[in-house]
Design a protein around this ligand. Sequence first.
Ligand SMILES: Nc1nc2c(ncn2[C@@H]2O[C@H](COP(=O)(O)OP(=O)(O)O)[C@@H](O)[C@H]2O)c(=O)[nH]1
Ligand SMILES: [Mg+2]
Length: 220
Amino acid sequence: MSIITIERKVLQKNDEVARRNRALFFSHGTFAINLVSSPGSGKTSILERTLQQLKGELKVAVIEGDIQTDLDARRIASLGAPVVQIVTNGSCHLEAKLVEDALSNLDLAQVQLLIIENVGNLVCPANYDLGEAVKVVVASTTEGDDKPLKYPAMFRNATVLMINKIDLLPYVDCNLEQLKKNALSINPGLTIFETSCVTKEGLEGWCAWLRSKMIFVGRS
Ligand SMILES: Nc1nc2c(ncn2[C@@H]2O[C@H](COP(=O)(O)OP(=O)(O)O)[C@@H](O)[C@H]2O)c(=O)[nH]1
Ligand SMILES: [Mg+2]
């Protein structure tokens, strides 16, 4: 019983900070994305491809959340984008306070699109609002087609589903239609993109969606 109470207090506190982050993003016209998936689905690869496609067009910054190492932040920095690394030291998700602290290292006036790569985990990050406008969940074909049914909270809370590694479909036991059907049975409102970071298929549609959101926040 006491565990439940503490958990509720932690989440209430987190929601308070998330509201502050959201107000800050709104005041700067920054569209913030919380990018979530299991480890290895391709979050950093999608970020790399997105930065390459939007270079010179949109001002994009990245916050990298990892349990250990700054390997992903180095990958992003090598593409010239502003990036802040958060190392959670074992914690399985990012919290709003960590993002708030990281934001002091970014000039949001210069950021139209902020992508926060969360720790690879389909469970814990679902409960922690970071102040983002939308959650984007990545599911790769190598994980099979049942993940939306097994981790429904994440898919229910997401606005966009990216089905990544579609280049591997001929080799893996994953039925694409079944995967989409499972995801839509949990969240019928999901916008779905099918992508490959190897062939670059589907990434233009994803980038077009991002551009449409820049109009939404009133900047171009
Ligand atoms: N075949 C294939 N491999 C991919 C694709 N996207 C990412 N990968 C590989 O999957 C591995 C994990 O990718 P990464 O972006 O680090 O995943 P993250 O842990 O979600 O950030 C790396 O070896 C990537 O090169 C894809 O679309 N197709
Ligand atoms: Mg990564």
